[in-house]
Ligand binder design. Sequence first.
Ligand code: XMP
Length: 323
Amino acid sequence: NWTTGNVIEEQVAAIREQVGDRRAICGLSGGVDSAVAAALVQKAIGSQLTCVYVDHGLMRKGETEQVEKDFVAATGVQLKVVDAEERFLKALAGVSDPEEKRKIIGREFIRVFEQAQAEIIADQGPAVEFLVQGTLYPDVVESGGGTGTANIKSHHNVGGLPEDLEFKLVEPLRKLFKDEVRMVGQELGLPDEIVQRQPFPGPGLGIRIVGDVTKERLDLLREADAIAREELTAAGLDRDIWQCPVVLLADVRSVGVQGDGRTYGHPIVLRPVSSEDAMTADWSRLPYDVLARISTRITNEVKDVNRVVLDVTSKPPGTIEWE
Ligand code: XMP
């Protein structure tokens, strides 16, 4: 019979059996799956595991710190953080086409990750044979059930594997659904902010700026997004909505009046949706008072934003993300 305790015991034994006295690498994205996979492997083989976190500078406020501090504190995992913000910003400079952005972010991510892998192998030697992946049961089904090595579909995830993969895969979540993964994560003592995190796209805030991506725009969007998340959490709405992208229309300006006079600033879009699986979605009917608080705070607290608009489009025809 299924209990999280059984799953953990069973997986810990299987991981020990598979890895033996060799070593493994795991990429952390800040998301639930990679965090729980890493925590399980850490429980099984401890310091034989090294985690890698690529900070692409496109994360939301506080998320990198959550991985660097809270996740490490909860698991004791050995973590290599690569600060690649400058590299990503440089590669993205002047690019406003959504697909182009995704390609650049995916490409840079793989390069940086491979570089980190190479450094770990140089450091720890040829015993580094395994790569941990947070593959879930629905991913296994979707990709045809293959196991073991390189035949993982690249998904539309920046965590996508390099083509010439030579690692053996450790996939301790292959039999689990998302809600089960969350239970396992909770049982392993991971912080709620990680275990209960709503979906967030791999390319991060890079695809939530309509227009080209700059540090200044990212900082602005981070502030607006943090306010929206804070108010939604305070209103107890996190479990009711699937996710709420906050989008900066960086190429759009409108006239406003703030403080001493006329402003000419950018709109922020709120895109709260309810969904079962992200394939289809409906816009969430959020309480007006919550929307009002978010709007007031964003226009008061975020420089250069003078308007907040609500996206009331279902999917289809709209996608959840704007890019
Ligand atoms: P769309 O915008 O296609 O999004 O309706 C569906 C779900 O997927 C997430 N999403 C992504 N996740 N890499 C990811 O890991 C991506 O490139 C990506 N694009 C969209 C989106 O947040 C939503 O949950």
